[in-house]
Write a protein of this length. Sequence first.
Lengths: 304, 258
Amino acid sequence: MITLEHVSKTYGGFKAVDDVSFTALPGRVTGFLGPNGAGKSTSMRIMVGLTHADGGTATIGGHRYADIPNPGRHVGVLLDASAQHAGRTGREVLALSALTMGLPESRVEEMLTLVGLTEAEARRRVRNYSLGMRQRLGIANALMADPSVLILDEPANGLDPAGIHWMRSLLRSYAQRGGTVLLSSHLLHEVEMIADEMVLIGRGRIVAQGTKAELLQTQGTFARAEHPEKLAAALAEAGIKASPSGDGGLRAECDPLDIGRVAAKAGVVLAELRPAEGAGLEELFLELTADDARETVTTEGVQL
Amino acid sequence: MSTTTTFADLDLSGTTRPPTFRLVKVELRKMVDTRAGMWLMITIAAVTLIATTIFGFAGHDQDRTFYNFMQFAGAPQGFLLPVLGILLVTQEWSQRTGMVTFTLEPHRARVLAAKVYAALLVGLAAFVIAVAVASLATLVFGGADPWRELGAVDFAKFGILQVTGILQGLAFGLLFLNSAFAIVLYFVLPTVFSILFNTVPALEDSAPWIDFGTAQGPLSEVGNLSGKEWAQLAVTAALWVIIPFLAGLWRVLRAEVK
């Protein structure tokens, strides 16, 4: 279990992490989601003591990270797959960790097999690795001692779709055995695929948290009509507030039947009518990213 | 207070922190597991051999003593071993491996202690090699009465010179946390000070009390140091090794590792 209580970190006048509290539970994969620069990595570094918080406490399984003897045996950490000596071979990187943690060198071969790095790849120096290979090496490093807690910063970054699928099943089986998994991502769909629980962070603050089901639960109705402007006008006339969503679609806080009735009465042909799926989360996420994004993006698409 | 542990608590009874000798082993391994590190080691060994051999052929008969062979074996080591010390520290930042090193052992002072021990062990090995190479060279090339002017204090002086060099390298590494910066300053700063203190007349008298190079001079000369010279060595070592080391330690213990 990972617990953060009122953790804060300020750089100069900039609040990178602002009163962050959340818990990642055993047996669950918790997704830590937020745009780049939202405070995910800083929070994770605080958890393992690489960055000292200005305030608040971070504990793992009830202990401060620094108080855990031989912490690699309990907590697997991957914070930056590129943070490896470019001149070392992949195997050597793992061998150094195995030696530090007091694990037999045979564990290195097992981990290379587990993450799918071949004999020849393991002999290559890390500077010649692709990002995907570095991620696999980093995951091997984190999993080596079979820890009960995993902290992974952007682990899917650089993995191909097959790699992401592989990691999803790996982390899922890990959580099923009772492990605590916290992984960060700046991609909503990535977290949606892997995580059971979600914690959303934006500009250093937690903006939403809960189970995936809770956060993605139906909020209103999605409808798409042959002539969107006609449907919009009809709904407005009927007093139903609707907002644009997706490819020419509309989202309204009402029952699907209500929209169906309005459409039938106005003679508007509907192409789609269904409960909206997690659009609320996506909108929230886009709202978070909007200030930092270079494009003006809404759920309708890019505005020109 | 309840002592029951819930499922969510970590049971720490099964693990103990990595013992120091294991951390030292890791640091020793880090010195040679890259091409750069390996070549630095090979260079140190090769230059030791080459320097003594050249002196064996080119030195005057009366100069080819064990003492001088040891000086020739030690000089290139004194030049390169500090670089080894610098790189051992700075690679954690320059190559960002510190993110792994300091998560596997969050007590940074223990990791740094292991680096100091590892660097000193290599220094000891270099010392033994230098003495062995010098002995061999003396047997092969030695002039008349080659073992003269030799006392236990000469070995001590030689050892002190090497050890302070290595520690100074580690200190500069800790202070600057950047390989290129630390290496350049390690070579440039003492040289600038030496030039300054040996050319500006007003500073010349205080040179042995402030300039490390000047104070180290007697270590390479025959015979024991006077009490005053030992004192000057201690004062300048505090200035150039201990203070930078403590400042660097203070920095590393507080620094954010990213």
